[in-house]
Design a protein around this ligand. Structure first.
Ligand SMILES: Nc1ncnc2c1ncn2[C@@H]1O[C@H](COP(=O)(O)OP(=O)(O)O)[C@@H](O)[C@H]1O
Ligand SMILES: [Mg+2]
Length: 305
C-alpha cells in the first residue's frame, strides 16, 4: 500500500489553475520532495493531500484512506507543519506541545516521554519553559515539527520546512527527517531549494505551473536530462568566436579564455578542440568534465518548456 497517493488532483482559484492534474504515489518510509518555484502549486497540493482544501477534481489517499470520504481515519495518520504557522506566542514551548498532546487525547505520561524525546532530538529541550514569543524562526519551526510529531503520525507533511532558517537549524531538521524515515515514517516535503531536494529526498517531483514536469530519484533526474556532461576547457589566451565552426550543433558558452561545452561524449569534442587549438597556436591549460548540479537539472527541465 502507498502511504500517499494523488490521482489527477486539480484546483483553480478564480478560474486560474493552481494545480492542474497532479498524480504521484509515495511509498511508506520514503522521503518525497515536491520541488518547484514560488507559485508552482506546492502549498495548494499539500492542502489537498491533508484534507484542508477540497480538490475541484481528482482524489487523494493516505494509507489507502480517501481524505475526503474518510477524513477522520486519514487525519489520524498524519502530522502537518503548514507553510506559515506559529505556535502560541504566550505559551511556553512545553505548553504548546502539551496542548497538542491533549488534543490527541494522549495519556500524560506519553506526552511527557514523547514530548521530551522530541525536544531533545530537535535540540530545543533547554528552552522548553520559555515563552515562544522570544523564539527565533528556527526554534519556532523546530517546535512546530515537534507538535506535528507528538501524536506519532505515520505520514509527516512539511511545507517549506527550512525556508529562511540558519544552517544549523536546517541541518537539525534534515537529520530528523532521515531519522523519521529510518523509523518508517513517510515524509512529504515541499521546497524551492534544489540542493535540499537532491540531498535529502529519496524521490523528487518537480512541479511547475501546477503540473509535474519530472519525477524520479535525484540521480535519475540527472539521467533524464539526457546524461549530459559539462566540458570546460581553459586556454592560455582568449578564444575567438570562430570556435563555433568546429562545435557544430553543440551547446556552448565562450568567455575569454574559457570554453564550456554541453555534451554526452566529451572524447569526441576534446578531439575537435585539440585540432582547433593546434591550428590557432593556442595552448590548452586545463580540461575538466563535471555532472550538472541539481540546480542545473532543474533549470533545464523547467526552462525547456
Ligand atoms: N487561496 C487562494 N486564493 C487565490 N489564489 C491562490 C490561493 N492559494 C494559492 N493561490 C494561487 O495558486 C498558485 C499556486 O500557489 P501555491 O500553491 O501557494 O504555490 P507554492 O506553494 O508552490 O508557492 C499561485 O498562483 C497562487 O497565487
Ligand atoms: Mg508554498
Amino acid at each position: 500500500m502507498n502511504a500517499i497517493e494523488a490521482r489527477e488532483l486539480k484546483k483553480s482559484f478564480n478560474g486560474v489553475a493552481a494545480v492542474n492534474g497532479v498524480s504521484f504515489s509515495v511509498r511508506e518510509g520514503e522521503v518525497f520532495g515536491f520541488l518547484g518555484p514560488n507559485g508552482a502549486g506546492k502549498t495548494t497540493t499539500i492542502r489537498m493531500l491533508v484534507g484542508l482544501l477540497k480538490p475541484d477534481g481528482g482524489k487523494a489517499f493516505i494509507m489507502g484512506y480517501d481524505v475526503i470520504k474518510n477524513p477522520i481515519e486519514a487525519r489520524e495518520l498524519i502530522g502537518v507543519v503548514p507553510e506559515e504557522s506559529n505556535p502560541y506566542p504566550d505559551l511556553s514551548a512545553w505548553d504548546n506541545l502539551r496542548l497538542v498532546g491533549m488534543l490527541y487525547a494522549l495519556p500524560g505520561k506519553e506526552i511527557r516521554e514523547r514530548g521530551m524525546s522530541l525536544l531533545k532530538l530537535l535540540g530545543i529541550e533547554e528552552v522548553k519553559d520559555r515563552k515562544v514569543r522570544g523564539f527565533s524562526k528556527g526554534m519556532k519551526q523546530k517546535l512546530l515539527i515537534a507538535m506535528a510529531l507528538i501524536g506519532g503520525p505515520r505520514v509527516l507533511f512539511l511545507d517549506e520546512p527550512t525556508s529562511g532558517l540558519d544552517v544549523f537549524s536546517v541541518r537539525k531538521i534534515h537529520e530528523l527527517i532521515s531519522e523519521l524515515s529510518r523509523e518508517g515514517v513517510t515524509v512529504f516535503l515541499t521546497t524551492h531549494n534544489v540542493e535540499e531536494a537532491g540531498a535529502i529526498c529519496d524521490r523528487v517531483a518537480i512541479i511547475d505551473k501546477g503540473r509535474i514536469v519530472a519525477m524520479g530519484s535525484p540521480d535519475e533526474l540527472k539521467i533524464k536530462t539526457g546524461g549530459y556532461l559539462y566540458l570546460s576547457v581553459v586556454f592560455d589566451r582568449e578564444v575567438g568566436g570562430d570556435v563555433k565552426e568546429i562545435l557544430g550543433d553543440y551547446e556552448f558558452k565562450l568567455g575569454g579564455r574559457k570554453l564550456l561545452v554541453v555534451c554526452k561524449e566529451p572524447g569526441e569534442v576534446i578531439g575537435r578542440i585539440v585540432d582547433y587549438a593546434r591550428a590557432k597556436g593556442l595552448k590548452i591549460e586545463r580540461v575538466r568534465t563535471s555532472e550538472p548540479s541539481m540546480a542545473e537539472v532543474f533549470m533545464r527541465i523547467v526552462g525547456a518548456k
